[in-house]
Design a binder for this molecule. Structure first.
Ligand code: TMP
Ligand code: ASP
Length: 236
C-alpha cells in the first residue's frame, strides 16, 4: 500500500492517505514528548518498537472481539489502519495508583485499587488534557454519551485482556490510555496506539518502570526499557 498525502502530524505519529479513501498509513516517529510537548527528544528506534508492540496488541485485542482501526503492520514503522475521526475523549483505566491519580487524590503510588477505575480526559494539549465527567462531555459537546458508555465498557474489557497478557510476561499493567474513533460508516473502534508511551508497565518482581515515565522523570534509558517490554512480548 503506497503512502499518499500527509493528512495529519501528531507528536509521535504521522497519518498518510492511501489510494483507498477508507484506509490510512500510520507512521511511527522516534519523537518522544512528555508533559504535552514541553519535554521533547528523539529516541532512535522508538518508533519501530512502538509500531511492533502496538501491532501485536491490536492483533490480540481483535482476536478477543474488540473492534479496532488496525488492519496490518506494513513495515518497521508503518501500520495500515481504517481511517477514523478521533473522538476527543481519552479513556484511562487504572489498576494501581500512579501519575495524575496520585497527584490529584493523594493515594500513594503503587497502591492497588479495589477495582479498575475508568476516567475520561478531554484530548486538548493546550488545556493539558483536563479530567472530564459525562456532564462536561455533554456540555462541551465532545462526544455522544452513548459512545462514551461503550468506550468505557470496551476499555474495561481491554484491561482484562491486557492485564493477564502482561502478567504472564511478569509485567504489571498499572494504567493505560485509550483513544477511540468513528469510521466514515459510523463504527466505533479502538484507535491510536497501545504502547509503553500510553501505558504504565512495571516489572512484576523489581517494580522497575518500563514505560514513558523513564523519559518523563529521567530514570534511565527509555530505549532499553521499551526493548525489554518487546522482548518479553515476543519471547513468550
Ligand atoms: P496520568 O496518570 O498522567 O493521567 O496518565 C494515565 C495513563 O495515560 C498513563 O498510562 C500514561 C497515559 N497517558 C498518555 O498516553 N498520554 C497522555 O497525554 C497522558 C497525560 C497520559
Ligand atoms: N502525551 C503527552 C505528551 O506527549 C503527555 C505525556 O505523555 O506526558 O506531551
Amino acid at each position: 500500500m503506497e503512502k499518499g498525502k500527509k493528512l495529519y502530524e501528531g507528536k509521535a505519529k504521522i497519518i498518510y492517505a492511501t489510494e483507498e479513501p477508507d484506509k490510512v498509513v500510520i507512521y511511527f516517529k522516534d519523537d518522544t514528548t512528555a508533559f504535552d510537548g514541553i519535554k521533547k527528544e528523539q529516541i532512535a528506534g522508538k518508533g519501530v518498537i512502538n509500531n511492533t508492540i502496538s501491532s501485536l496488541i491490536f492483533e490480540l485485542l481483535q482476536k478477543r472481539g474488540i473492534p479496532t482501526h488496525y488492519i496490518k503492520k506494513l513495515s518497521d514503522r508503518e501500520m495500515l489502519a481504517y481511517r477514523v475521526e478521533i473522538i476527543p475523549v481519552e479513556v484511562v483505566v487504572r489498576n494501581y495508583a500512579a501519575g495524575s491519580f496520585t497527584r490529584r487524590y493523594g493515594i500513594p503510588e503503587g497502591t492497588k485499587l479495589e477495582k479498575p477505575l475508568v476516567e475520561t480526559f478531554w484530548k486538548n494539549d493546550e488545556l493539558h488534557d483536563p479530567l472530564v465527567c459525562n456532564e462536561h462531555i455533554e456540555l462541551l459537546k465532545l462526544a455522544d454519551l452513548e459512545d462514551v458508555k461503550k468506550m468505557k465498557e470496551m476499555a474495561l474489557v481491554v484491561n482484562e485482556v491486557l492485564k493477564d497478557f502482561f502478567a504472564e510476561r511478569n509485567i504489571i499493567l498499572v494504567d493505560f490510555k485509550l483513544e477511540f474513533g468513528k469510521t466514515p460508516d459510523g463504527r466505533l473502534v479502538l484507535a491510536d496506539e497501545i504502547s509503553p508511551d500510553s501505558c504504565r508497565l512495571w516489572d512484576a518482581k523489581t517494580m522497575k518502570k518500563l514505560d514513558k515515565d523513564v523519559f518523563r522523570y529521567d530514570l534511565g534509558s527509555l530505549e532499553e526499557a521499551y526493548k525489554e517490554v518487546l522482548k518479553r512480548l515476543e519471547n513468550k
